[in-house]
Design a protein around this ligand. Structure first.
Ligand SMILES: [Zn+2]
Length: 436
């Protein structure tokens, strides 16, 4: 069957209008209110005559799943995944109302414009195109919009994994966790990073106990004092660079494409890391000190003190081993180490049919684009699929320039309408390639 001619100008307009509306659906998490997003998506699916299911863990933190059935001759389903919640914002720091979805200067502005209501719309459009044009499907195509990703997914993906595992059964997932840029290592070149793995979050609380007392009589069992010394040792800890195979592959491909002018030896990678925090983070078990709490009054020696550390381990690094190392570095039995949140993800191979298609179709639309398998410093819902053995990719087929970057979870988040077009078009061709 010949592929229908698709009017991408019209669909870009539709994508712009829908994204703008979707941003106006307030799903700031906390509290989330993702049922609102499901109601909004549900109205669009109803209009197209597509049935869907919603899944509510009992508190309105609803997720939505719709399925177009294929004949199964190419295997199990492809899931187009997105989360509908967004992170909070500081309204006074924004040029526009963050929940306005304002369209201005060729951009759609608002919280979720990049992370990740835009991708939800790109995925929705290819899903609808399949229904409207009755495109043949050799596997099921699933649209999945889930709650609570921004707060750890307890009421979203983790809930679905526990309560409705049957809907997660699939061969491939396309999700956030990758992305494109108009440059690579400072060289002008359209580049799309496809996320194949993620660093594992290990959130720790360090807690010190001591003896309270009057500030006028210092003694050597001050909890704040113990904690500050422990934190100082942690932050002075010289950790080695760890080049995992995924990261080596990323740099080898950059070298093969002549973006990196030297072979990717350990020394070269370490030099790059010294000047680039992201390249450093993907090569190291990182530690950010994020909160410090102690004391009640100026003249009272506190009895307890706490610090939180956001540690992120390179893929495959054992968390027990890291905590043993950290314990040795702190070298103070009075410091208690509590694990608050731990997650890890296996790596998805980049030698799959879907990966090849994502690479091919990205290059077809964006001539000369560089497509690279990459490790994300952040974590996403892909981990839930990867730990089930599913090939899940962070694939966001857009190329953001300096005027869009750095706004995810930041101020004045916005996406260029040109990127909405690009993303919708590539996403559709990838889905045709793997499902058609
Ligand atoms: Zn996100």
């Amino acid at each position: 069957m010949a592929e229908p001619k698709i009017d991408w100008d019209a669909w870009t307009e539709q994508a712009t209008e829908w994204l703008s509306e979707f941003i106006r659906v307030d799903t700031v998490n906390p509290p989330g209110n993702e049922a609102r997003a499901c109601a909004w998506l549900g109205r669009i699916l109803d209009a197209e005559g597509i049935p869907y299911q919603t899944y509510d863990p009992g508190n309105g933190r609803t997720s939505l799943v719709a399925r177009l059935e294929g004949d199964g001759s190419r295997g199990k389903a492809l899931i187009l995944l997105s989360h509908t919640d967004v992170v909070p914002f500081e309204v006074e720091e924004w040029t526009v109302d963050p929940l306005s979805g304002e369209v201005r200067d060729g951009f759609v502005w608002g919280r979720g414009a990049l992370d990740m209501k835009s991708q939800g719309i790109m995925e929705l459009i290819t899903f609808l195109l399949h229904k409207r044009h009755n495109l043949p499907l050799k596997r099921d195509l699933v649209y999945m919009a889930v709650a609570d990703e921004e707060a750890g997914s307890e009421f979203g993906m983790e809930f679905l994994d526990r309560a409705h595992p049957e809907i997660l059964d699939c061969e491939y997932v396309i999700n956030e966790g990758g992305g494109g840029s108009t440059e690579a290592l400072g060289v002008d070149r359209n580049t799309i990073n496809i996320g194949v793995s993620e660093k594992g979050p290990l959130w720790l609380t360090l807690r010190a106990h001591g003896r309270p007392g009057h500030g006028s009589v210092p003694h050597d069992d001050n909890a704040a004092d113990h904690l500050v010394r422990a934190v100082h040792r942690v932050l002075s800890w010289k950790r080695p660079y760890i080049v995992t195979p995924e990261v080596q592959e990323y740099f080898d491909q950059l070298h093969a494409a002549r973006i990196l002018d030297r072979p990717a030896t350990k020394q070269v990678l370490a030099d790059l890391a010294e000047h680039n925090p992201r390249l450093k983070s993907i090569q190291m078990n990182s530690i950010s000190l994020t909160t410090l709490t102690a004391g009640v009054k100026h003249n009272v020696i506190p009895a307890t003190a706490e610090a939180t550390l956001d540690c992120r381990l390179v893929p495959g690094y054992d968390e027990e081993r890291f905590i043993e190392e950290l314990t040795r570095v702190i070298d103070d039995p009075r410091i208690e180490i509590e694990r608050v949140f731990v997650a890890s993800t296996p790596t998805t191979s980049h030698h799959t049919e879907l990966y090849e298609i994502m690479e091919r179709e990205s290059k077809r639309v964006l001539e000369d684009a560089l497509v690279l398998p990459s490790v994300s410093t952040g974590f996403t819902d892909s981990r839930v699929f990867r730990r089930r053995g599913v090939a899940a990719y962070g694939f966001v087929p857009t190329v953001t320039g300096p005027s869009e970057q750095g706004r995810v979870h930041g101020n004045d988040e916005r996406i260029a309408i040109e990127n909405l077009r690009l993303g919708t078009q590539i996403m559709h061709q990838v889905v045709r390639g793997i499902c058609g």
